[in-house]
Design a protein around this ligand. Structure first.
Ligand SMILES: [Zn+2]
Length: 261
């Protein structure tokens, strides 16, 4: 699944079309599902020059001299520029390239094409998206923003894993990144946010930042230290403890029975 680090690589790929003018846009009914119609995409994008790119969490933004265009990549979406994948590795996953999975995209005055390849049909395009629905971006999260993220108004609050995945609190932490930062911080993902000690909060913030930067350098959200043990019966690569498995925050969660308490 494309998480924030993968989408950041798509953004860097899209940066190559800054300055080009969109001559044609197309989208199938799936990609255009959040718009009034596929024709709305074609009509809206045509003739605009791309002026820049941005990203908020897993939402990629193409700024133009007209509307802001946005793309979400769902479970299996990949952005391609004239056939170059933003992340080559995604094509070593369960899906290979097939032209029938091209859902739509943009064509430019210099002949290049930026297209979305998506077997599962969950990728979406948007026009002038509402960014107020999203929390601050996970790749540049400050300590102040992190403290806001963990704040609880009453009671003990939700499980810390659920809070990390809440895109309205912080944009871009997916399931694998959430598990990896808790693994590195030595915190049980089920711990209610409001019961985290000062020491645990400090450890989690350091782990949050280090997880993002380390996995970006390694090349993807799926390259965390706990990944080799991410199966039922897996053993912790750090201390040999049995890895536990449960649904936390609506997602399949793995953690170590020994060092994550
Ligand atoms: Zn362990």
């Amino acid at each position: 699944m494309p998480e924030i680090l993968e989408v950041e690589s798509y953004r860097q790929l899209a940066d190559r079309v800054v300055g080009a003018v969109i001559t044609r846009g197309w989208a199938d009914a799936y990609l255009a599902k959040k718009l009034t119609s596929p024709a709305a995409w074609a009509r809206t994008v045509k003739g605009h020059r791309v002026t820049g790119t941005a990203r908020r969490g897993k939402l990629m933004l193409l700024e133009t001299d007209g509307p802001t265009l946005a793309m979400r990549f769902g479970m299996t979406g990949v952005l391609l520029l004239d056939g170059d994948a933003g992340i080559e590795g995604l094509f070593y996953g369960p899906h290979d390239f097939d032209a029938k999975w091209l859902r739509g995209g943009l064509e430019f005055d210099d002949g290049r094409k930026l297209v979305v390849h998506d077997p599962r049909r969950l990728a979406r395009v948007e026009i002038n998206p509402d960014l107020n629905e999203l929390g601050p971006d996970a790749l540049s999260l400050t300590r102040k923003q992190f403290d806001d993220l963990l704040r609880v108004d009453r009671g003990e609050g939700p499980a810390v894993k659920a809070r990390l995945l809440d895109q309205s609190r912080v944009a871009g932490v997916g399931n694998l990144l959430g598990d990896e930062m808790l693994f590195r911080a030595g915190i049980d993902p089920r711990t209610p946010v409001g019961t985290l000690s000062t020491d645990e909060r400090t450890r989690l913030f350091a782990s949050f930042r280090r997880t993002m930067s380390t996995l970006q350098r390694r090349g993807g959200s799926h390259l965390g230290d706990h990944m080799d043990a991410r199966f039922p019966g897996g053993l912790c690569p750090r201390d040999g403890g049995t890895m536990l498995l449960a649904t936390v925050g609506g997602r399949t969660t793995y953690w170590c029975s020994l060092h994550q308490r």
